[in-house]
Design a protein around this ligand. Structure first.
Ligand SMILES: CC(C)(COP(=O)(O)OP(=O)(O)OC[C@H]1O[C@@H](n2cnc3c(N)ncnc32)[C@H](O)[C@@H]1OP(=O)(O)O)[C@@H](O)C(=O)NCCC(=O)NCCS
Length: 203
């Protein structure tokens, strides 16, 4: 059993997971996650070796602060163990849209509800903190855990690109899902992103 770790800097604390800034000292962990083909064959079209240099360049692109891309480290709250990452990409502030991506990098932490909650917290950030209107994602038809987790978090299927993914000897649909602010109930951030209440003695 891994030792519990000290509480890191966190942005959004849910019931069982928390979202926080990505960490330079975890670059080798990220590189390990993004080289495991078993993990990558569900989200990636073409898994391939990722060097530490490429991983570092991707990290730098987010770490320097981007208006169009926000990445989060996902922690399991009980242990503060880093278990994955998620991001809003292609953020379009004028139209209020973004795309969502996620991996739970530690296989031992999949199928335990962490992906669902991390997705919900990222949607909370998108809608409540950034004021976006619509977040979409793409998921392959064979990624049943992903589809289920996204549905539970609030995404709905909006269409399919039929047979556009070839995998394990056959063609599968690419499923498009989205979630809109009006249909989402903030689990955490509405308590934080709210105006001061007037004091009883103020006019
Ligand atoms: C996809 C992913 C983020 C989901 O996170 P997770 O923590 O594993 O998901 P959760 O445990 O919150 O939810 C998974 C749900 O799918 C269900 N599920 C898992 N395998 C399933 C299967 N083969 N068929 C049907 N449902 C399945 C689980 O039972 C659970 O639903 P339930 O809570 O109603 O029982 C994670 O598995 C992952 O990172 N996978 C590898 C990378 C990836 O695919 N990223 C997403 C690309 S779009």
């Amino acid at each position: 059993m891994r030792e519990a770790q000290a509480r890191p800097v966190v942005n959004i604390v849910g019931e069982r997971v928390a979202l926080s800034p990505l960490r330079r000292d975890l670059l080798e962990t990220y590189q390990r996650w993004f080289n495991e083909f078993q993990t990558l064959c569900t989200p990636c079209d073409m898994p391939r070796p990722v060097t530490l240099e490429e991983q570092t360049a991707q990290y730098e692109a987010i770490a320097s602060g981007s208006a169009t891309r926000v990445g989060f480290q996902i922690y399991e709250r009980a242990t503060w163990e880093p278990i994955g990452t998620c991001a809003l990409i292609d953020i379009d502030h004028r139209n209020g849209t973004a795309e969502f991506v996620i991996i739970i990098g530690e296989p031992t932490h999949r199928g335990r509800g962490f992906g669902t909650e991390a997705t919900r917290l990222a949607l909370d950030y998108a809608f409540t903190a950034l004021g976006l209107h619509n977040v979409m994602l793409k998921v392959y038809e064979f990624n049943r855990a992903g589809i289920r987790a996204y549905q539970k978090a609030g995404f709905k299927e909006i269409g399919r690109r039929r047979g556009a993914r070839r995998f394990a000897g056959r063609r599968w649909d690419v499923i498009y899902m989205d979630c809109v602010a009006d249909e989402f109930t903030s689990p955490v951030l509405s308590e934080i992103f709210r105006p001061d209440s007037p004091r009883p003695d103020s006019q």
